[in-house]
Design a protein around this ligand. Structure first.
Ligand code: C5P
Length: 206
C-alpha cells in the first residue's frame, strides 16, 4: 500500500505520516527532510542558493546519511532555503527517482511532502492533504521552538505563511491537494484523533 501525505507547513502531516507508518508497519520517508538536507549542504558549502545547476548537482550527490534527521535541519531558516531550492525543476527531477524507488518497496510505504499525491506517486492507494489554521500551526511550531508570546507566535506564523505561499506559487510541482486526496483539517484535532481519522479512511479503501 502506497500512502501519500501532503500539506501545509507545520500542519501535523509529519506526525500523522510517522504514526500511520508505525500503525501499518510500513517504511516512512519524510521528503521535506531531503530538501532541507540539500539546502543545509548548500548553505554549509557557502554555495549560491540561486544557482539551479549547482543545486541539482548537490541533489544528485546527497547520501542517506546527509538526510538523517537532526535539529540543525529543522530551523525555519533551513525550511526557507529548502523552499527556495525546491522550486528548481532540475532539483526536483534529481530527487524524483529516489522517492519513487523508496515507495516501490514490497508492501509499500508512507511518504509525506508537498507533491507526493500529485507528482511523486500519482497512483498512490490513499492520498491525504493535511492542513490547519495558520494561527494553530504557528502556535504549534512556536511551541516546538520553546516560544509562547503573542509576538513570537505571530512572527512564526508570518514565516509559515510566506513559505506556504512560495510552495503554492511555484510553477513546477506546486503544493496542492490532489483531486482524489482526503483533506484533514487538524486545527481542533489531537494527533491521536488525526491518526484515527486517517486509519478509518485507509481501512475503508483497503
Ligand atoms: O515539510 P518540510 O517543512 O520539512 O519541507 C521543507 C520545504 O521543502 C517545503 O517548504 C517545500 O518547499 C519543500 N518540499 C517540497 N516538496 C516536498 C517536500 C518538501 O518542495 N515533497
Amino acid at each position: 500500500m502506497k500512502i501519500a501525505i501532503d500539506g501545509t507547513a507545520a500542519s501535523g502531516k509529519g506526525t500523522l505520516a510517522r504514526r500511520l507508518a508505525a500503525e501499518l508497519g510500513l517504511p516512512y520517508l519524510d521528503t521535506g527532510l531531503i530538501y532541507r538536507s540539500l539546502a543545509f549542504r548548500l548553505i554549509e558549502d557557502g554555495g549560491d542558493l540561486s544557482d539551479e545547476a549547482a543545486a541539482a548537482g548537490a541533489a544528485r550527490a546527497l547520501s542517506a546519511e546527509d538526510c538523517s534527521d537532526r535539529p540543525a535541519l529543522r530551523t525555519e531558516a533551513v525550511g526557507r532555503a529548502a523552499s527556495s531550492v525546491s522550486a528548481f525543476p532540475q532539483v526536483r527531477e534529481a530527487l524524483l527517482a529516489f522517492q519513487r524507488d523508496f515507495a516501490a518497496r514490497p508492501g509499500g510505504a508512507v511518504l509525506d511532502g508537498r507533491d507526493i499525491g500529485t507528482v511523486v506517486l500519482p497512483d498512490a492507494d490513499v492520498k491525504f492533504f493535511v492542513t490547519a489554521s495558520l494561527r494553530e500551526r504557528a502556535r504549534r511550531r512556536a511551541g516546538d521552538l520553546g516560544l509562547s508570546g503573542d509576538k513570537d507566535i505571530a512572527a512564526v506564523g508570518e514565516e509559515l505563511r510566506a513559505r506556504d505561499e512560495r510552495d503554492m506559487a511555484r510553477t513546477h510541482a506546486p503544493m496542492k491537494a490532489a483531486d482524489d486526496a482526503y483533506v484533514i483539517d487538524t486545527t481542533r484535532l489531537s494527533p491521536a484523533e488525526v491518526l484515527r481519522t486517517a486509519c478509518e479512511i485507509v481501512d475503508g479503501v483497503s
